[in-house]
Design a protein around this ligand. Sequence first.
Ligand code: TYD
Length: 139
Amino acid sequence: MEKYSVFDCTVVELDKHHSDRKGNLTVVENGVTLPFDVKRVYYLYDVPGGENRGSHAHKELSQLIIAASGSFTVTLDDGKCKRSFFLNRPYQGLYVKPGLWRDLEDFSSGAVCMVLASDVYLKEDYIRDYQEFLEFRQS
Ligand code: TYD
């Protein structure tokens, strides 16, 4: 499988439907928005101030990470370079390609981190040890 760098990951502008009277609506649709189909959605919320999430890599999973409410920072790491993205707009998503370490931190009060994932939950797709991640990157 191709090894992606942090520079292959970008913030995607999502479809936003605005109504002065009724507010906003954003759509993510399989086959339209992303180069992968969404098989699973999960979200992080009630993250206590100062607490971090993530600290792992996925071997094959692709994800779109959205600050559905509030804000937080996602730092991606390809073993050589790190790149941080501050997410605070529900109509933007960070497209995270496979094989990258990620750390999520600086959650604002009330932040909701919604993750759209290309596959179901597979424990064997996780790398939770940073040394093992570096070896995976070099393999
Ligand atoms: P974990 O991956 O440790 O969360 P984070 O990396 O964001 O800190 O997941 C926390 C718990 O939730 C862990 O016991 C696994 C479980 N979990 C599922 O059962 N299904 C899922 O889709 C996800 C993402 C986690």
